[in-house]
Design a binder for this molecule. Structure first.
Ligand SMILES: NC(=O)c1ccc[n+]([C@@H]2O[C@H](COP(=O)([O-])OP(=O)(O)OC[C@H]3O[C@@H](n4cnc5c(N)ncnc54)[C@H](OP(=O)(O)O)[C@@H]3O)[C@@H](O)[C@H]2O)c1
Length: 382
């Protein structure tokens, strides 16, 4: 029985993690959960899964939850509450399903407590990949990928030697606007951008998929998780999201992992690793029914965020922190209807250009640069 701590329980990854726990009660139990503002869903989750610890963003919501869940559940709030829910001594595994660099500090502390981490929250690796991977090594903790692409790479690397890898090929569906020209992106609405063709995900990652910043983040995530140089990580457009990513070896053999798009597959594998458990109500891959798979090269002018991510990753230091913070701030304003879709790129580019890179930044520096970048982008937007 693995004891799971879950932060971000009310989101897309969080609810699917709970679905895995629900289906495999002999394998997993929930020790703690944390969420932002969805109080009703938190109460429902607590009543169903009976965790011992709950954390919510705001104090007033913690009071509301306390009144509905009984005295056996400890309810915390704020940043400290999030840490309480992430770092539980009796837990074996933390699923980090938060969105944004908010996930960095709980991850660092959970590693120090010796918990294996299911890392859905890619922004944590983008903003401070060097610190997270170094700490995981020091504390002998596994960072298990949850992103379907990284899970595919992880699975394609199993039983092979990292030094025999020639390159990683990360597949990309192309997001909501994959069939539009740059010209056609000018007047797109928030609603259009939120309409992803293959995956039903949280709002921020759906916008990141449409700008391809999500794929850019995944390059950086892959670099840190698998210790592969950026020059050896490629992006391949593959609109069906059936091949979740590939690894090419030095003998030109290419290994891949395939499956119908269902995030519970990589979520469950991260939780059950190294075992594979049955996943009952997911669709079998039926290649003869699909018939054709399509592949294309990404156009770096059409998808500028991909170039920014390669540049930020290669230069390193605090530049990926700026990339992430500027993106989080710009996407928030796009979702609020304050800037256009193409302005997201513009604000990221401006933030990257003005930044003086600090090499090998410590956690305090990262947190400072993150804060300063958000304030800058926000002031530019007005
Ligand atoms: N969704 C996918 O299929 C998918 C696939 C691959 C990778 N990922 C990655 O997984 C992460 C989560 O994505 P998602 O799509 O699941 O996002 P999401 O649906 O927006 O969920 C985000 C979660 O974070 C919680 N949260 C936000 N602010 C918080 C705060 N201040 N304190 C505590 N909790 C807070 C939210 O709580 P409330 O809703 O209660 O406010 C929610 O539970 C992202 O890094 C994303 O890139 C997602």
């Amino acid at each position: 029985m693995k004891k799971i701590a879950l932060i971000g329980s009310t989101g897309s990854i969080g609810t699917q993690t709970l679905d895995v726990i629900r289906q495999l009660p002999d394998h997993f139990s929930l020790i703690s959960l944390a969420a932002g503002r969805n109080v009703d869903l938190v109460v429902e989750q607590v009543l169903e899964f009976q965790p011992r610890i709950v954390a919510i963003e705001r104090k007033e919501d913690a009071e509301k939850i306390k009144q509905q869940v009984g005295e056996n559940v400890k309810v915390f709030y704020g940043k400290e509450g999030l840490i309480e829910a992430a770092v539980v001594q009796e837990a074996d595994f933390l699923m980090n399903a938060l969105v944004g660099s908010l996930g960095l500090e709980p991850t660092m502390q959970a590693i120090e407590a010796g918990l294996d981490i299911g890392i859905a929250n890619k922004e944590t690796l983008v903003t401070a990949g060097h610190l997270v991977t170094e700490k995981a090594k020091t504390y002998n903790v596994n960072l298990l990928p949850v992103d379907s692409e990284h899970s595919a790479i992880f699975q394609s690397l199993e039983g092979n030697r990292l030094e025999e890898v020639e390159k990683l090929i990360v597949t990309a569906s192309g997001g909501s606007f994959r069939d539009r020209t740059r010209e056609q992106l000018k007047g797109v609405s928030v609603e259009d951008a939120l309409n992803h063709p293959n995956w039903d995900m949280g709002a921020k990652i759906t916008i990141d998929s449409a700008t391809m910043m999500n794929k850019g983040f995944e390059l950086i995530e892959a670099h840190w998780l698998f210790n592969i140089p950026y020059d050896d990580i490629e992006v391949l457009l593959h609109k069906e999201s059936i091949i979740h990513s590939l690894v090419e070896y030095r003998d030109k053999s290419v290994l891949a992992q395939l499956g119908t798009p269902d995030m519970r597959v990589p979520i469950q594998y991260a939780m059950s690793y190294p075992e594979r458990l049955e996943l009952r109500d997911t669709n079998r891959l039926n290649l003869w029914k699909i018939g054709k798979l399509h592949f294309d090269k990404p156009d770096f002018d059409r998808y500028r965020c991909l170039s920014y991510a390669y540049e930020a990753g290669r230069k390193g230091g605090t530049l990926p922190t700026v990339l992430n913070a500027a993106n989080e701030e710009a996407v928030k304003h796009f979702l609020d209807g304050k800037i256009t879709f193409l302005a997201i790129e513009k604000h990221i580019e401006e933030a990257l250009e003005r930044h003086q890179v600090i090499n090998s930044p410590a956690l305090d520096t990262i947190l400072e640069v993150d804060k300063e970048t958000r304030a800058y982008v926000s002031s530019r937007i007005g």
